[in-house]
Design a protein around this ligand. Structure first.
Ligand code: FES
Ligand code: FE2
Length: 363
C-alpha cells in the first residue's frame, strides 16, 4: 500500500502543456496520458496500452482525430479510453479499455481525480482564480523535485526558512523573528498560517518589482488546501501607508498571489508547480521577467535543499524523532490532515473493492 492520498484532485499539468500532441505525466505513481480532442477538451487516460503495456505517449503512437493509435501494434482508443479497434480481428475484447481519469481544466491548471471515479466531485476542486484573471499578470513554471511531496508541504507551511535559505531574495531577518498564527479547519482540510510584519526590511524580490524604497509592512497569509493546492496571499506596502479598507479595497498595497500545486509523482519525487500573480505594473515586461526569474531561483533553492533532505531522510534509520517548535504548527496540522485523508481514501477504496466483489458474487 502506498502513502498517496487517493480520492483527491491533483494538478497534472498547466493547460498550456496539453495540446494535440500526446503528453505524459505520472501522478501518484499512475502514468497518465493527456491530450486535447478536436473540440479542445482535455482528456486523461492511462499511458499504458492494454495489449503489451506500450506507453501511448511514446512515438510512433499518435492522435488521429479523436482517437489514439498505439505505436506498437495499433490498438486504437477513443477519448473515453475504450478500445475501438484491434489488428487482425473484428471483435474487440470487452475488457479492452484504458483507465480514464475525470478532468477539470480551471484557473490555468489541468486537474485529474486520482481514486474511485464515482467519488469525483468537480465542485471540490480548490480555486486559484488569479492565475487567469485579467486583473493579474502571472508567471509560472514546474520544477521536478527528487523528494517526497510532504517535504514540500512542510517547506511551504513554514516560511521562517526564507530568512536562511532565501536570504538576498525574499528572506529578511523579520520573517524568522515574527511569530505566526495558525488556524485549522479539520473538516475542510484547510490550514491557514499568518505572519504579519509591521516594520520589516524590503527584500530585493519586492523592492525591485514594486519600486518601494525603505521599510515595509509585509503580510504573509497562507491557505493550504490539502493535499495539492497551496496559496500564499502576500501583501507589501510602505510603512505608514493605509491598511486595506473593510470592503477589501487596498490602494496602498501591492499584492502577489503565490500559488503552488504539490503533486506527488512517485513515493520519492514530486511535481512542483509554481505561479505568481501580481496586481501591479501589469504590463511592465521587465517586472514580469524579473518576477519570473527571481521566483524560479527561489523555487530552485528549495528544490536543491529538499533533494538533499530526501537523500538524508532515506538513509535515516526508522523511527527517528524530529523536534518541532512553534513555527511547525501549520506543518504539523497539515501532516495530521494528510494522514486522515490517506486513511479515508484507503478505506473508501477498500469499501468499493469489497462492494464490487459482492456485486460480482451475487450476479
Ligand atoms: S502494445 Fe499497444 S497495440 Fe500492442
Ligand atoms: Fe522556500
Amino acid at each position: 500500500m502506498t502513502s498517496f492520498v487517493r480520492n483527491q484532485w491533483y494538478v497534472a499539468a498547466f493547460g498550456r502543456e496539453v495540446g494535440r500532441e500526446l503528453f505524459a505525466r505520472t501522478v501518484c505513481g499512475e502514468p497518465i496520458l493527456l491530450w486535447r480532442t478536436e473540440s479542445g477538451a482535455v482528456t486523461a487516460m492511462s499511458d499504458r496500452c492494454v495489449h503489451r503495456r506500450f506507453p501511448l505517449s511514446q512515438e510512433p503512437s499518435r492522435i488521429v482525430g479523436d482517437q489514439v493509435v498505439c505505436g506498437y501494434h495499433g490498438f486504437t482508443y477513443g477519448a473515453d479510453g475504450v478500445c475501438v479497434s484491434v489488428p487482425g480481428q473484428k471483435r474487440v475484447p470487452r475488457t479492452a479499455r484504458l483507465t480514464s481519469y475525470p478532468v477539470v481544466e480551471q484557473d490555468s491548471f489541468v486537474w485529474v481525480w486520482i481514486g474511485e471515479r464515482e467519488l469525483a466531485d468537480e465542485k471540490l476542486v480548490p480555486r486559484a482564480p488569479w492565475l487567469d484573471h485579467p486583473g493579474y499578470t502571472t508567471v509560472s513554471g514546474m520544477e521536478p523535485l527528487a523528494a517526497r511531496y510532504d517535504l514540500l508541504v512542510d517547506n511551504l507551511l513554514d516560511l521562517s526558512h526564507e530568512t536562511y535559505l532565501h536570504g538576498g531574495y525574499i528572506g529578511t531577518p523579520e520573517v524568522a523573528e515574527t511569530p505566526i498564527t495558525t488556524e485549522v479547519d479539520e473538516a475542510a482540510g484547510v490550514v491557514r498560517v499568518s505572519r504579519r510584519m509591521d516594520d520589516a526590511a524590503c527584500p530585493p524580490f519586492y523592492a525591485n518589482s514594486t519600486g518601494i524604497e525603505g521599510r515595509i509592512t509585509r503580510w504573509q497569509d497562507i491557505e493550504y488546501h490539502a493535499p495539492c493546492l497551496y496559496l500564499l496571499h502576500s501583501r507589501v506596502a510602505p510603512v505608514g501607508s493605509r491598511p486595506p479598507e473593510p470592503d477589501g479595497t487596498d490602494p496602498d498595497g501591492f499584492h502577489m498571489e503565490v500559488v503552488y500545486a504539490i503533486t506527488p509523482e512517485t513515493e520519492h519525487s514530486t511535481h512542483d508547480f509554481w505561479a505568481v500573480a501580481r496586481d501591479f505594473a501589469p504590463d511592465d515586461q521587465a517586472v514580469t521577467d524579473f518576477v519570473h526569474d527571481n521566483n524560479r531561483t527561489v523555487v530552485l533553492q528549495d528544490v536543491v535543499a529538499l533533494d538533499v533532505l530526501e537523500k538524508a531522510i532515506s538513509a535515516e534509520r526508522d523511527g527517528y524523532q524530529e523536534l518541532s517548535i512553534n513555527i511547525d504548527t501549520g506543518g504539523l496540522a497539515a501532516r495530521r490532515i494528510l494522514k486522515r485523508l490517506a486513511e479515508e481514501g484507503a478505506r473508501a477504496t477498500a469499501g468499493s473493492t469489497s462492494a464490487g466483489a459482492e456485486a460480482r458474487g451475487s450476479a
